[in-house]
Design a protein around this ligand. Structure first.
Ligand code: NIG
Ligand code: FE
Length: 421
């Protein structure tokens, strides 16, 4: 993020609660997910975009800070801004017709198999200019920022050809140059494109194109931090996913995997084999798979908005936390399976659907999400030196985010110390 145009010092005074999440920069598992490092009657000083001081208000020595703007936070909660670690925010057109079809009883996977679903978004995204993609994505990001998210992971995956995948990633780069904090992920292996569905040979050729043409071109321009693959029923097999990720690893990308969204397939095996930073969705898991995620230190990213929208089961977040896996929660915002942009609402779904506690869900949408993106040194915790990405909640008790889910509790949003809402 750009620093504010005229660097100022902001003092957030006398907050009833400050959720610092102070502590380890690594993804947190088990009991550590509940430890929010709460300070009462506390104050934060943000200077030149970064946290310069944080502690009990009684200990604040205001003298070293000049030209300050003061915000009275009595009755409010301060917490780290949200980090949305799984989105597909760059797409052309929409699929509101499919939403109505699904609400009338049609099945998401059947719509995809018939050439709709992701393939419909591919057609619409291929037809869009980079300028259109940037403008539409900016609108979404700005809306999400107003609801408290200041850090984003954004995937490509609606091109499934070299030109369009590159155009999506260029759009993401443009937005990051505008000052949004973004990690980019190449998801060229999101679906088998229509033109590669005629034969097994064509399908295999497409996997080769992803591994040996698209990923090297993306690496050459340094357009993505991560490579993702959709390893699931109706998408890519274990063997195909490995071919893509083998190349990705050689090219130096971090790895993320869409896994176990529709069936009990091999996604976890893929994620652990390539030491993925994150395995995402995870609706169908057994104890052995939870143990292998824990041992391989893969963050489990839950996307309960998608379960809600598709009418699928919720991932068992309780079992993941209890078995010592570090859990993150994200929106999955995309044109088809989940258009939800409000991570505060999805946080509440992670409690009601995935059975996380409110404290665990806060950790999952801030620090753990940041850590899964390699941003743990910047955002997700409120500690001296961290970026001033802070929310003021209009409540003295953070549990209201779940208790009153959907209410407008995110009152003010700061990104790198600058107010964006
Ligand atoms: O995470 N599972 C694959 N990708 C998305 C869906 C994308 C779409 O429907 O356009 C997901 O749910
Ligand atoms: Fe997704």
């Amino acid at each position: 993020m750009q620093p504010p145009p005229h660097p100022t010092t902001t003092i957030f005074r006398h907050a009833s609660q400050v959720l610092t999440l102070a502590g380890s920069p690594y993804p947190r598992a088990g009991q550590a997910m509940s430890e929010l490092g709460i300070l009462a009657d506390a104050t934060i000083v943000v200077d030149d975009g970064r946290i310069a001081w944080i502690g009990a208000h009684a200990h604040l020595d205001p003298k070293p800070f000049r030209d300050t703007q003061e915000i009275d936070c009595r009755g409010k909660t301060l917490m780290p801004a949200f980090v949305d670690s799984h989105t597909h925010l760059v797409w052309g057109g929409d699929r509101k017709d499919e939403l109505e079809m699904r609400l009338a009883g049609q099945d998401y996977e059947a719509i995809l198999a018939a050439g709709g679903g992701i393939l419909s978004s591919v057609r619409q995204t291929r037809a869009a200019t980079e300028q259109d993609l940037v403008a539409q994505c900016r609108t979404r990001i700005e809306r999400m920022r107003r609801m408290g998210t200041t850090t984003f992971e954004i995937k490509s995956g609606y091109g499934l050809d070299l030109d369009t995948e590159m155009r999506q990633l260029h759009a993401i780069r443009r937005l990051s140059k505008e000052g949004f904090r973004v990690r980019a992920t190449c998801l060229a292996a999101h679906a088998v494109p229509q033109e590669a569905r005629a034969s097994n040979a064509a399908r295999s050729d497409f996997v080769d194109v992803v591994a040996h043409e698209i990923l090297p071109a993306v690496a050459k321009e340094n357009l993505a931090d991560y490579c993702d693959v959709f390893c699931d029923r109706g998408a890519f097999t274990f063997e195909e996913s490995c071919r893509v990720l083998e190349a990705a690893q050689q090219l130096g990308f971090g790895i993320r995997v869409h896994a176990h969204e529709f069936g009990h397939t091999d996604g976890v095996k893929v994620a652990t084999r390539y030491h993925a930073a994150s395995a995402d969705h995870l609706l169908y898991l057994n104890d052995g798979e939870r143990a292998s995620l824990r041992e391989a230190e893969v963050v489990a990213t839950l996307l309960p908005g998608t379960s809600l929208v598709l009418g699928k089961p919720f991932a068992d977040g309780r079992a993941l936390v209890d078995s010592g896996v570090a859990v993150a929660v994200a929106t999955d915002c995309n044109p088809g399976s989940c258009g939800l942009e409000n991570l505060a609402l999805v946080l509440a779904l992670a409690c009601y659907g995935c059975r996380l506690s409110p404290a665990e869900a806060i950790c999952a949408t801030t620090h753990n999400a940041a850590a899964s993106l390699g941003y743990a040194g910047e955002v997700g915790r409120l500690e001296v030196g961290m970026s001033g990405d802070i929310l003021i909640l209009d409540t003295a008790d953070y549990r209201d985010l779940v208790y009153h889910a959907g209410s407008p509790l995110v009152q003010e949003v700061y990104a790198s110390g600058a107010r964006v809402r």
